[in-house]
Design a protein around this ligand. Structure first.
Ligand code: AMP
Length: 477
């Protein structure tokens, strides 16, 4: 199928061709005609599927019908509102709007917290048809009366499940109450359960449901491997893997902001250039960290789930789950950072005893067992055995401090989100290790998956991070 058959205008087809896209992805092929018809849409598409273009292209086409080149701000009211959970995703979506809309006389801007509101006010004042926003900052503008939402024709909730996870539901409801009742609504979410179902029932009118790839199914072109390892050996194993396998451009997930910073510092001490990105960092620090990672001057980017949510990284070869995610769905989001848009990637998970329950949940969701691999000297219990041989068998093992294993989403204490109920504590004894047989070299078990050949393929030149240029810091956040 080609983009030409989807009913897109010449200006949009030209912008798509400029990007080098030859054919629409499945979500684009299905969503574009539906949105062009003016229907409400419930889209189940995980990140990396091309969903942004899936809603941006038809949205631009619908708005272009009444587009004008007038210099009067009044002639450019906000006609489309796109809400996203994070600043990074907001910036990235607005960049897509500009990329695909470059041959159309439509104006757009993005507003999110952590940067100076004055520049945003000036941009809004000059008139924009398309506004991309995070909910909190948008409400700041509403309160300051620097935005008027009474002419919105199309509302997009991108990564709606994540917005609810982050506690944005009350903000979203307040925003929806400010919009005209008659409008088109597009909702994208990786899951359709619970609160999302309720929200979609309230929001959408006779929606068309589109799901691409089975929900919660991990991207097929990602090789996944589990390294069982003792908690206190994780960092050494990570450093060992990065060095021995010469991994470049590694995105590492840490469960906590503190853990992310500490791990980046420790890797630096091990001689591996690393930086951390999380909600306590200023926008400028986050942008800088991404730029360094993109340029290849920093080899490892350690991120929390919330901070990593909006990163668009093409062909990122390696994602590492240093800490297991808080929910199985997050695993899919995380590994969606690699193997994007057709390129292959590798997802490595370092799993210690108290994360086995979560691993079981992930495998149950994926409906398959992931291959285990061990590295001699890093097998679970190896440190204890060495200590035993050296006569230190009864020295107590250091247990992880509670701060290293909070069973809460990052949003709980993050300024990016609001409270989320903690998951129940896991009893580590419920899930015994399956110790792999000893092997001379790194051995995969069970299953036939070998990722060395794919790794070769994945060692491609580096990613393009679709980020806006650095925005000056202000206000703190
Ligand atoms: P998204 O899921 O919207 O974050 O998109 C993931 C990546 O796929 C982005 O880097 C896009 O530039 C890329 N992409 C989007 N549409 C296409 C397409 N039709 N062909 C190839 N790459 C695409």
């Amino acid at each position: 199928m080609s983009f030409e058959t989807l009913g897109l205008s010449a200006e949009l087809l030209r912008a798509v061709a400029d990007q080098g896209y030859t054919e629409p992805t499945p979500i684009q092929a299905q969503a574009i005609p539906v949105v062009l018809e003016g229907r409400d849409l419930m889209g189940g598409a995980q990140t990396g599927t091309g969903k942004t273009a899936g809603f941006t292209l038809p949205l631009l086409q619908l708005l272009s019908v009444h587009a004008n080149t007038s210099t009067s701000p009044a002639k450019h009211p906000v006609r489309a509102l796109i809400l996203t959970p994070t600043r990074e995703l907001a910036a990235q979506v607005e960049e897509s709007v500009q990329t695909y809309g470059k041959y159309l006389p439509l104006k757009s801007t993005v507003v999110f917290g952590g940067v100076n509101i004055k520049e945003q006010i000036a941009a809004l004042k000059s008139g924009v048809e398309i506004l991309v926003a995070t909910p909190g900052r948008l409400l700041d503008h509403v309160e300051q009366k620097t935005v008027n939402l009474s002419k919105v024709e199309i509302l997009v909730l991108d990564e709606a499940d994540r917005m609810l996870d982050m506690g944005f539901l009350p903000d979203i409801k307040r925003i929806i109450a400010l919009l005209p009742a008659k409008r088109q609504n597009l909702l994208f979410s990786a899951t359709f359960a619970g609160e999302i179902k309720k929200l979609s029932d309230q929001l959408l009118t006779d929606p068309v449901l589109i799901e691409v790839a089975s929900r919660n199914a991990a991207a097929e072109n990602v090789t996944q491997v589990i390294y069982p390892v003792d908690h206190e050996r994780k960092r050494d194993l990570l450093a060992h893997l990065i060095k021995s396998e010469n991994l470049q451009q590694v995105l590492v997930f840490s469960r906590t902001k503190h853990g992310a910073s500490r791990l980046a510092q420790q890797l630096e001490k091990d001689g591996i250039s690393a930086t951390a990105i999380h909600g306590d960092k200023s926008q400028q620090q986050r942008t800088q960290a991404l730029a360094e990672f993109k340029a290849g001057t920093v080899r490892v980017l350690v991120a929390t789930d919330v901070a990593a949510r909006g990163l668009d990284i093409d062909q990122l070869p390696h994602v590492v789950n240093f800490d297991s995610p808080n929910a199985p769905e997050d695993y899919v989001h995380r590994i969606g950072r690699t193997g994007r848009a057709g390129s292959s990637g590798e997802a490595i998970s370092l799993v210690c005893a108290d994360e086995l329950r979560m691993l079981a949940e992930i495998e149950s969701m994926l409906k398959r067992e992931l291959p285990r691999k061990t590295v001699p000297g890093f097998e679970p219990g190896a440190a204890a055995q060495i200590a035993a041989r050296a006569g230190f068998a009864d020295r107590p093992r250091r247990e992880p401090r509670p701060a290293e294993h909070p069973r809460t989403r990052e949003g709980r204490d993050s300024r990016e989100g609001r409270g989320v109920a903690p998951r129940p504590q896991v009893n580590p004894l419920d899930a015994p290790y399956v110790t792999p047989p000893p092997a001379p070299k790194a051995a995969v078990q069970p299953g036939p998956t070998s990722h060395s050949s794919q790794r070769q393929a994945a060692k491609k030149p580096i990613p393009a991070l679709l980020m806006r240029p650095a925005t000056p810091p202000s206000e703190g956040n």
